[in-house]
Design a protein around this ligand. Structure first.
Ligand SMILES: [Zn+2]
Length: 383
């Protein structure tokens, strides 16, 4: 096995310009999750990069119309899985407004932090080890195309690839020198109030105003959260009514719920379904469900300790473990019992936000850390 010494760091530094060039290629093909053809085009670019840097052709898997890529070194189920997605939240046209740039040690462009830099790091960490003559049998790289939509079509594939894994490294970005060791679980709901339409001028009294009823329910919905348990329940997108002179017969709100434990997720799930109204003729309908279970801290602890050791021996300094509210595919692997370390990708910030960016200075050290973790975990003997 490669000594997790400064040699890894040097190799990563040597590759840095090429790695950044690959980030540019990834950013410059727009892949909004909703556009399946665009996601498929993005997958082709990723497959091309993998062929070029690693000399092997990923399998392209189309599931319910969404394109995903899978690489299995040695054609065996992965012992170590690198979890990536190449879809982004950015609509077409973002690139024209915010092109890829590298300036003052900062990379910018749609998806650069979430998570195209991490994807390029996955490819180059594997390439560093291959170049050093490491046997990568048992390494898997997954690149999905619908993570930003909740991984609806990729979840089973992810769990299949992770089934025999000793470690899943999720290549999402992180702040500063942190890795993510716990993430809240997420649930998504839609609450619909059905009332009755009427002409707002002629006979408003014959209507049942769904908008007013929903307005009364909003504080109740938010109150399903619990500060004590770190549970949040947030009404988000609101809509009601059809025209300016009609009593709305329908009003709806989307609800984002997050919790640290499955017990809290289930409590909110049961309570939100009990929402109702006393108003005669009106009705409340709740759809949606628990989407991602929480990634509880225990799933990361051993891997995190190993990451700290390797970081020290490579000479990249102290790491910190962060607990965060956002969910990722790491929630699925952790809930399936696979040791999971998340936030292994770029550092920077602004995921899903205008100021999205990646810091260049941490790319090489964290690529070296990833390479060290892959090598160390692959060389563990089977229990
Ligand atoms: Zn992401």
């Amino acid at each position: 096995m490669v000594d997790p010494t400064p040699a890894l760091l040097r190799a990563a530094e040597t590759r840095l310009p090429q790695l950044i060039e690959d980030v540019r290629r990834l950013v410059e093909v727009e892949t909004p999750s909703e556009d399946r053809a665009a996601v498929a085009r993005g997958a082709e670019v990723v497959a091309g990069l993998i062929e070029q840097r690693l000399g092997l052709t990923p399998e392209t898997l189309e599931i319910d119309g969404v394109t995903h890529l899978r690489v299995r070194f040695g054609s065996v189920p992965p012992k170590v899985l690198l979890v990536n997605h190449q879809d982004t939240v950015w609509p077409h046209g973002t690139l024209a407004r915010k092109p890829f740039t590298q300036q003052d040690g900062v990379l910018r462009g749609p998806g650069v932090f979430d998570m195209l830099t991490g994807l390029a790091m996955s490819i180059h960490a594997a390439a560093i080890l291959a170049e050093a003559g490491e046997d990568l049998t048992g390494l898997g790289i997954l690149v999905t195309g619908d993570e930003e939509l909740g991984s609806v079509t990729s979840r089973d594939l992810l769990l299949e690839e992770a089934a025999e894994a000793r470690a899943a490294f999720v290549m999402e970005g992180a702040l500063d020198t942190s890795l993510k060791i716990a993430r809240k679980g997420t649930s998504m709901y839609t609450v619909v109030v059905h009332g009755r339409a009427a002409h707002a001028g002629l006979e408003p009294e014959k209507g049942i105003n769904a908008g007013i009823i929903l307005g009364q329910l909003l504080p109740e919905i938010e109150a399903l959260g619990s500060a004590e348990h770190g549970t949040t329940v947030t009404p988000t997108v609101l809509s009601a009514g059809t025209t300016g002179n009609t009593v709305p017969d329908r009003a709806q709100v989307e609800v984002d719920a997050r919790a640290k434990t499955i017990a809290e997720q289930e409590r909110v799930d049961a309570q939100i379904r009990q929402l109702s109204t006393d108003i005669e003729g009106a009705r409340v309908e709740v759809t949606g469900r628990i989407n991602r279970p929480p990634m509880e801290r225990s799933a990361a602890e051993e891997l995190y300790a190993r990451a700290e050791q390797i970081a020290e021996s490579i000479g990249i300094g102290q790491l910190t473990g962060a607990e965060v509210g956002g969910a990722s595919d790491g929630n699925f692997t952790a809930a399936a019992g696979v040791p999971t370390l998340d936030g292994m990708g770029a550092t920077g910030g602004g995921a899903h936000a205008e100021h999205e960016h990646t810091l260049v200075e941490n790319i090489a050290p964290r690529t070296a850390l990833l390479a060290g973790l892959i090598a160390a975990t692959l060389s563990d003997s089977d229990q």
